[in-house]
Design a protein around this ligand. Structure first.
Ligand SMILES: *Cc1c(COP(=O)(O)O)cnc(C)c1O
Length: 335
């Protein structure tokens, strides 16, 4: 195990989260044991994976005397919601740049953004490629008023946020020890790459026996390969680490995005319903539902799948519950 000095970190999330095994949900055509790392329990209003990254991001903001966090994402961004809530708790201002037009109904994560008092700018889809420029302009506008603001990229996936899931691997190491477990795979959904990237680096630094397999919910495998290697390169430089970026194995399994980002096929909604009924476990249609559907589909392929030879698989439940509510009309309760 590599000796790792973590940078400053605020204690914001409820950690460690539990690791439990699914026992009632029936896996078709497989005797693999599926475990769930419950990062949907990192806190109620701040739930999900983003708060692990924000522990390091808010520490960075504090160190630089920033009292405003500017960040960006979709209208139903879990990351923006966790940032908005955490900002309210710590006495910061959250300034969000959300993709699309201002909706007429404030629901799910967006409702929480407004409740937590975030300032919100909407940037239409056609102009979204300029969102980083807008973020920089806002930072400058705050600076001209003598206020320091920190711009945080989508999903807090940068060299600072990467620490979130590196630290989570340290936690998993202890979980595995307690359960006497050697999981073959750690599975997650990937959207901005920071969770997947942190898990890849963390499993390497802390000698976890598991291979990280991610299911993309947008973009494609090539995108995540490049994004993660770029983030790890910057992380190496900034923290004087020397993880071999060329040797990293980045495994992103394509084929489960469905019709598009945030839009799921009926099978995903059926799976969400089934897991809620059999295990009381709530997945979401944007991230975890698609990734868990991918996990099951790959297991069903046995040795031809991305999870070949799996005896124990750990699924990282990255949260997303508030994103279920705006999609209620897609559930079918007639059968
Ligand atoms: C953001 C998010 C992800 C994806 O994590 P990234 O680090 O952005 O790749 C997965 N699940 C949920 C619920 C999320 O909000």
């Amino acid at each position: 195990m590599t000796a790792v000095t973590f940078p400053n970190r605020l204690k914001l999330a409820s950690l460690p989260t539990p690791l439990t095994r699914l026992t009632r949900f029936e896996l078709i055509n497989s005797d693999t044991r599926v475990w769930v790392k419950h990062d949907e329990m990192t806190g109620t209003e701040i739930s999900g994976n983003k708060i692990r990254k924000l522990e390091f991001i808010f520490a960075e903001a504090e160190a630089h005397g920033c009292r405003t966090i500017i960040t960006c994402g979709g209208i139903q961004s879990n990351h923006c919601r966790a940032t908005a809530v955490m900002a309210a708790r710590l006495g910061y201002r959250a300034h969000l740049i959300l993709r699309g037009e201002k909706p007429t109904i404030m629901e799910g994560n967006l409702l929480m953004d407004y409740l937590a008092g975030a300032l919100i700018d909407y940037l239409p889809q056609e102009q979204w490629s300029t969102h980083t420029d807008l973020g920089q302009r806002l930072v400058e506008a705050y600076a001209s008023r003598g206020e320091k603001a920190l711009f945080v990229p989508i999903g807090a996936s940068d060299e600072i946020g990467l620490w979130g899931y590196i630290a989570a691997c340290y936690e998993l190491r202890e979980d595995f020890r307690q359960h006497n477990l050697q999981p073959d795979y750690i599975v997650c959904a990937t959207g901005s790459g920071g969770t997947q990237g942190g898990l890849i680096v963390g499993t390497e630094l802390f000698d976890l026996p598991s291979k990280v397999v991610a299911f993309n919910v947008c973009d494609n495998a090539t995108y995540f390969d490049r994004k993660i290697r770029d983030d790890v390169t910057r992380w190496n430089q900034r923290y004087k680490m020397n993880v071999d970026v060329g040797e990293l194995s980045v495994t992103t399994v394509e084929g489960y995005v469905g019709p598009g980002y945030g839009i799921a096929r009926p099978v995903v909604f059926e799976l969400i319903t089934e897991l809620a009924r059999t295990e009381g476990l709530f997945l979401d249609p944007v991230y975890t539902g698609k990734a868990f559907y991918g996990l099951l589909s790959e297991l069903a392929k046995r040795d031809d799948g991305a999870l070949a030879g799996a005896r124990d698989v750990v699924f990282i439940h990255t949260g997303g519950l508030f994103g279920v509510f705006p999609q209620q009309s897609n559930f079918d309760f007639t059968q």
